[in-house]
Structure formats: C-alpha cells, structure tokens
Design a binder for this molecule. Sequence first.
Ligand SMILES: C[S@@+](CC[C@H](N)C(=O)[O-])C[C@H]1O[C@@H](n2cnc3c(N)ncnc32)[C@H](O)[C@@H]1O
Length: 180
Amino acid sequence: MISITYDAEFYRKTLNETIRENDTVVEIGPHVGEYIKNYVPRTKLTVAVDKAVQSEKSIKVLENDFKNLRFVRGDVRMFETVKLVLEITKNCDVLCIDMGGGRYPDTVFKVWAVWSGIFEPRDSIIRNRGIGEFVQRAKVIDDSIIQPFEDSGWMKTWGRTVPYELKKQMDEFDFWIKVK
Ligand SMILES: C[S@@+](CC[C@H](N)C(=O)[O-])C[C@H]1O[C@@H](n2cnc3c(N)ncnc32)[C@H](O)[C@@H]1O
C-alpha cells in the first residue's frame, strides 16, 4: 500500500500500524529519531537515513540500545546515499519518507519513486501536503493507462532497474539544482 499523510502525529501513527514483526524498514528523515524507538524493537532491521548533523548525533546514541538500528548520514537525493543503504540491505518491507511535510512535492515524489523502485517495499508511507493535494485532485481519464495494479509500496512502471539507469534518475536532481 502507498499511504499519503501530512499531519506529523498521523504519520507516526501510520508507521506504527504498518510496520510488522521482523520487517526491514528504511526511514528517510527520522530527524532525531524521537519516534523510531517505538517500532525499532519489533523490526529485523531499521535503516534511518538523514542528512542532519543532529540526526547523526541522536541516532548514533540509539544504535547502542538497538543492535538492529543503523544510521546512514547523507542526502537522499544523491545516488551515493542510495549506495550506502544498498550496502546494508537490498530490499525493505516498509519505506517511510518525511523530508518535511511542506517540502516541494516534486522532490519528495522523486525521492520516493527512486528509493521505492530500488528497495521494492511492501508498503510506502509518505508525508507531504502537496502530493496529498495532487492525488485528490487528479483523475486518470485515458483508458490506455487505466488498469488494476497489485498492492505494493512501489510503482510497477518504475521498479528495480540497472544501477546506471538509477544513477541517471538521481542525476536529474543535479540538473534542478543548476536551474535555480
Ligand atoms: C520534519 S523532519 C522529520 C520528523 C520525523 N519524521 C519525526 O516524526 O520526528 C524532516 C527531516 O528530513 C530531513 N531531510 C530533509 N531533506 C533531506 C534530504 N535531502 N536528505 C536527507 N534528509 C533530509 C531533515 O534533515 C529532517 O531531519
């Protein structure tokens, strides 16, 4: 399932309700990991990824309490960060993305599309207001792309592909940064 949320408490509650016993979780944007300790004990592995110095400081402390918790510091828009996580796990059951609920939806969608395409989660949970608005307002009207999809947390049309192609997808971020 792909869940879209905005309210921070609702996002955390959704994580709690979605993560099952022995799941492998990739959480993007855990901040200081305030919520992470509520679900980590029941997971096989949790990989927390954040670019913030304060995240590294706090979650490194939590790593001492939870042997199944790994912190990766990096910008999730960079292919190098994907590679660091791939060294720890090749798949995940739940992919959680909170880069800040008001972040530009195109950035959050791209991060979700790339990361979910690589790790092929059973469930994705995204916190973003703009994506929520888009999903509610959009209607697919072209029969040629209306079809049933199996329930999963990643897109059938953009699943795991060869590393070079993934790198090209990530490189588009670089283009956007140059544009501004
Ligand atoms: C609103 S906070 C997340 C709060 C957290 N979900 C919670 O429940 O406490 C957003 C986090 O996303 C991280 N973030 C934003 N952009 C990022 C990026 N490009 N790469 C990695 N982390 C990013 C920030 O450093 C911050 O810690």
